[in-house]
Design a protein. Sequence first.
Length: 118
Amino acid sequence: MRRGAPPPGSAVRPGMGWHPVCAMTSLVDELPLAVDVSGVAVCVVRIDGEVFAVHDECTHQSVPLSEGDVEGGTIECWRHGSRFDLRSGAVINPPATEPVRVYRTRVEDGQVQVDIGG
């Protein structure tokens, strides 16, 4: 097997891996940004130089989280007040009961990148 190739029998989905989504300088602290990563809606948030990415949909009622407020490392859905932890996706405030999906982020050469795979 060549180096870097997936193991035999494993599936590689289109869109897996790191995707540039915006310049780090374009993010304003605690102001969510909606981005599309290979057809996946992602909400990107910068807090004190750290970047977080979550699925851009409240698990309670399919409302874009990028339209909500960020405070204390959490994001709130504007419709019913569900609040999610940006690090873990855990529900902090109901009515949501399911966590929101969290995506890995990194910054390379000033570009924010998101990994929607795995």
